[in-house]
Design a protein around this ligand. Structure first.
Ligand code: ZN
Length: 298
């Protein structure tokens, strides 16, 4: 596994950056969901965003859900991340396909759709009401939409870049991303850093190209800050694709649908439940269902 996230802070503490190499986890998602390149790119970008945004959370027990509900052929796309950058996700239509854009790139924008909603749900896992932020989808390109989300919902100047390179055999060749964010309390004197970074952003290669060339997250940060912005590395995380489903959780979900609906499953000689996130199949025999019915309260 080469996947890694590195976190750096400028020496004047005005700006932080998270850079990620996520090739393995994007490849894992492609294998699980048997996605075609359009969905591979969309899901890989959003999983990378999830890994980055998970690492940005202060609260250890947080669960972060990113949901794109656009009007494009991919349908709904969901990614869930935790503070350790463990991510999982799925896309409604993994086999959706569109012609490449005129510039030869995968058309993620039209795959997600130019109209619809991006929701970010932050659940602190303490039984409190989750915080839900929602913005309209602007480009469907994922990174731009999340940047817009940060600007409007969280009012924090943020720039995000995400990239997935798909190989000719439809496997993931390279995936990665970075997010740059101003720290609370940054002062107007820090404008200098912003303009320096904006200049760098226009000069450096796309993040997927850097990952494909073998750049580590630290080297991506080095490209972004260059020589002129002094910074130091704060920490590293290892992102991974990880589902937390279990037979117990599926049982609880079945019990919650109630006696009547469960009983109807008896006539079908039991049932199979497929996990959306990892495609694992949980089988329930007629006998299993009878046991579950006994536990129903409604
Ligand atoms: Zn699962």
């Amino acid at each position: 596994m080469n996947d890694k996230i590195a976190v750096a802070l400028t020496d004047n503490a005005a700006m932080r950056i998270y850079a990620a190499v996520t090739t393995d986890l994007a490849a894992e998602a492609q294998k699980i969901h048997k996605t075609l390149p359009l969905a591979t790119a969309a899901l890989g970008r959003t999983l990378t965003a999830g890994a980055l945004m998970g690492a940005m959370q202060k609260d250890e027990d947080v669960s972060l859900t990113i949901q794109f509900k656009g009007n494009g052929p991919l349908g709904t796309l969901v990614v869930v991340a935790d503070s350790k950058s463990r991510v999982r996700g799925y896309v409604q239509n993994p086999q959706a396909d569109l012609p490449l854009r005129p510039d030869g790139k995968i058309d993620v924008g039209n795959g997600i759709g130019k109209s619809g909603y991006l929701s970010v749900i932050r659940d602190l896992g303490k039984g409190t009401q989750p915080y839900i932020g929602q913005v309209e989808i602007t480009t469907g390109e994922i990174a731009e939409d999340l940047t817009y989300y940060y600007a409007t919902s969280e009012q924090t100047p943020t720039a995000m870049s995400l990239g997935v390179l798909v190989d000719r055999d439809y496997t993931v060749k390279a995936a990665g991303g970075y997010v740059i964010q101003m720290m609370p309390g940054w002062s107007p004197e820090d404008e200098q850093i912003i303009s320096a970074i904006e200049k760098r952003l226009g000069e450096i290669p796309p993040v997927s190209t850097m990952v494909d060339k073998g750049y580590s997250p630290e080297e991506i940060i080095g490209e972004l800050f260059g020589e002129e912005i002094p910074y130091h590395i704060l920490k590293e995380e290892t992102p991974e694709y990880k589902c937390n489903c279990s037979k117990k959780k599926v049982e609880a979900a079945l019990i919650s649908i109630g006696k009547k609906d469960l009983s109807s499953l008896l006539e079908d000689n039991g049932t199979e439940v497929n996990c959306n996130f990892c495609d694992k199949i949980y089988k329930f025999s007629t006998q299993d269902i009878e046991e579950l019915i006994k536990k129903c309260t409604k």
